[in-house]
Design a protein around this ligand. Structure first.
Ligand code: PEP
Length: 252
């Protein structure tokens, strides 16, 4: 299984800057055996697609989507609308959406299932807060988040989910979770997958790490057994820096 690195631009880059980012990134040398995806703001999907043309590297991802196909849901965007831009993955349940927009585990589950139904890979974000970790609740919290999020998913559909373990205290803080600690949590996530879907899916579903990943620490994560890639925020905003991070994820 190839490693997967996803850029999460968050609420940066409207159409003009998004197009320029893609053109700059496409000029960079990239490892062949790595899957790369960019999660851009919805308003920039068209510009990113136009700059990508038919190219599939990087693949195009979205940062959010609603669970209904269409209807009176002002401001929302459906999975089938994302498909029109050639979106192949979509982040769901990012901690920033859970914190600022009240996204619940139940909403995350509905969004993930709706995406999978149209063939878009849901990238489900889970992770504990600093306080929860200090209280020794990290494993329980993450176990519960994953169990609820995958409730309506199929393990072997054409868009098998990706789980992103993103401890909230490590996101944008410059204080990454160590690869050893991340692996421990990835094992907890894999226990949930095995329990829900059977032993085969323990290793077949990709579990990636997110939280202050840079070109300097990426290799530590992806060279750890059980960590299948990374979700990268801050270090993905500069296309050259992100390309450097992608190159640093493979052995020299
Ligand atoms: C993220 O946005 O999911 C993230 C992990 O951000 P950062 O890499 O900046 O910590």
């Amino acid at each position: 299984m190839r490693n997967l690195i996803i850029a999460n631009w968050k609420m940066f880059y409207g159409p003009v800057k998004a197009g320029a980012w893609v053109r700059a990134f496409r000029r960079e040398r990239l490892p062949k055996d790595l899957e790369i995806s960019i999660a851009v703001p919805a308003v920039s999907l068209a510009a990113a697609r136009a700059s990508l043309g038919r190219a599939t590297i990087p693949a195009l991802a979205a940062q959010n989507s609603f669970w209904e196909k269409e209807g009176a849901y002002t401001g929302e965007i459906s999975p089938s609308m994302l498909l029109e831009f050639g979106v192949s993955m979509c982040i769901v349940g990012h901690s920033e959406r859970r914190t600022y927009l009240g996204e619940t585990d139940e909403m995350v589950a509905k969004k993930a299932a709706a995406l999978q139904k149209v063939g878009i890979v849901p990238v489900i974000c889970v992770g504990e807060t600093d306080v929860q970790r200090k209280k020794g609740q990290a494993k329980r919290v993450v176990k519960s988040q994953v169990t609820k999020a995958i409730a309506d998913l199929k393990p072997d559909g054409r868009a098998p989910a990706v789980i992103a373990y993103e401890p909230i205290w490590a996101i944008g803080s410059g204080k990454p979770c160590s690869a050893v600690e991340a692996k421990e949590m990835h094992d907890v996530i894999r226990d949930v997958l095995e329990k829900a879907w059977g032993g085969r899916y323990r290793d077949e579903i990709r579990v990636i790490y997110g939280g202050s990943v840079t070109d300097r620490n990426i290799y530590e994560y992806v060279s750890t057994n059980g960590i299948d890639g990374a979700l990268v925020g801050g270090a993905s905003l500069d296309p050259r820096q992100f390309a450097l991070l992608c190159r640093a994820s493979t052995p020299a």
